[in-house]
Write a protein that binds this ligand. Structure first.
Ligand code: CO
Length: 132
């Protein structure tokens, strides 16, 4: 079952440049920075109630975030739903005809198991399922 919007991922060219907006202009509480090698990104997390904001900066030219920035520029990259059963949610989505990017979960930020649904199947919104 999906329990909440766990986080919203925002693609940025530079964390250094983007962080003051979230920290100072909006006053969100900074949680942590982390590099996620599997996705070639550096991330910074902020707390907005139960939902976190995940800023994503590419660490390589072939990073999915670098490709996104080139195509669309900075902005909302994905929405992540927190669930106690990523595999079950994947099976449910797949059973309803949704195209999966990951058939099985991969390691995401914070040691979470994550998997993405293809935006072509989800009304243009890259959708992540993540464990708590
Ligand atoms: Co995410």
């Amino acid at each position: 079952m999906i329990q909440k919007v766990d986080h919203i991922g925002i693609a940025v060219r530079s964390l250094e440049e983007a962080m003051p907006l979230y920290e100072k202009a909006l006053g969100l509480k900074f949680l942590k920075m982390e590099e996620v090698e599997s996705q070639k990104v550096r991330t910074a997390f902020y707390e907005a109630g139960e939902t976190h904001i995940e800023l994503l900066e590419p660490t390589a030219e072939d990073s999915p975030i670098a490709i996104f920035l080139e195509k669309k520029g900075e902005g909302i990259h994905h929405i992540a739903f927190g669930t106690d059963d990523v595999l079950g949610q994947l099976a449910q989505a797949s059973g309803e005809g949704v195209r999966l990017i990951h058939e099985t979960p991969i390691d995401g930020a914070g040691g979470k198991q994550v998997a993405f649904l293809h935006p072509k199947s989800t009304k243009g919104v890259l959708t992540e399922l993540c464990s708590h």
